[in-house]
Design a protein around this ligand. Sequence first.
Ligand code: HEM
Length: 412
Amino acid sequence: MTLELPDDLLTPEAVRDPDAAAAVLRAHDPVHWSPAHRAWLVTRFDDVVAAFRNPALSSDRVRPVMQRRTQPADATHRVLGLISEWMVVTDPPAHTRLRRLAGAAFKQQQIAAMEDRIQALVDELVDAFLADDGTDLVAGVAYPLPAIVIAEMLGAPPRDRDRFREWSDELALVAFGAGGDARPDRHERALRGLEEMAGYFRELVAHRRHDPGGDMLSAMISDGTEQDGLSDDELVGMCALLLFAGHETTTNAIANAVRLLTADPALRDRVRDDPALVNPAVEEALRLVGPIKVLVRWVVEDHELRGHTIRQGERVYLLLCGANRDPERFADPDTVDLARERATHIAFGRGIHACIGAQLARIETRIAVGTLLRRLPGLRVEGDPEYLPTIASRAQTSLPVTHDGVPAGTTR
Ligand code: HEM
């Protein structure tokens, strides 16, 4: 009898518990062809890390879809055309140049200098959450925070914050919409949003070219030489990428960490009472319930992997959710261990595309999680998680909570 493997990542069971599906695949067929996705599913830590460094696997994965499946006049084609220029979906040498120029916006000291501001923003959101007697921590804190942070870092005025959230949603419709939540009008809606967003960023770029400030956009403008600096279109694309890559992921990092760490009241209270434990707790949350479950690569050259021939033109899904719980790499992999060796997980990827915003994401998540545990004592998440049915992201739509916190300035 052959064992039936859970190789469709969009079944309700796999959406509810992707880690269980990945564990079965990892144990029985760590490089597995999934007919449902028409892709290879790779689940072992070492194989996924090796894949990040394998030139036979390309990140240039939007352009082939665009060329194969759409006509130039389609809305879909135009949306994918914008996205296909993002550095996350390019290979060297184009990627090398974009990454170097983007690096100007992510200098370690500048990001670290944001800490106080991020703490103030989190406090503001938690104040409002408590004052409004809020119950959903996604709507109240995890969702708004990263969009506000990115808007501020790009130098956009605070009045435009809400528009950033809307554009980010539209982008997510396209980039994460390949799963069961796909809606027929999603590309038209996204295109409208993206065109408005591009117009907005174009104005912001023009403004910063004349009147540079201390923001990320000004840093990216001033870092390039005349010959190889980012063009206006590239700067617009970079702003859109930073908004997209940094918003939903960070929202999910905060929401997933809160659910994981409050599931065990003893662990929750330990982390609340010892600020030094917030960092390792967030690292364990990123490893165990990381916001990105799967990264996709295109095969550009035939090669062998664990006895399989992986052929040019096929797709490979790198299951971060499988790799980050691989027992060959992590002792007792399904347990939160606050003394685990730091940052060996791959929730932020590895190699040339490793997340450029990881430091910022960590700061936001640590401050949000630490503040929530402190200011909402007895924090409990109600009910089972509801995850969006997408292949790539582990996204909770809401986080209904109860707690014993009181608004600032009041006593209970
Ligand atoms: C917890 C939150 C986050 C997670 C889990 C995360 C995860 C990742 C991962 C796994 C990659 C690698 C993609 C690949 O190899 O194909 C990546 C790339 C990237 N991330 Fe993040 N990310 C987060 C937050 C952010 C933030 C806050 C920003 C910026 C504001 C950001 C910007 C980017 C960019 C621009 C890339 C592309 C880098 C490249 O292609 O060289 N991310 N991220």
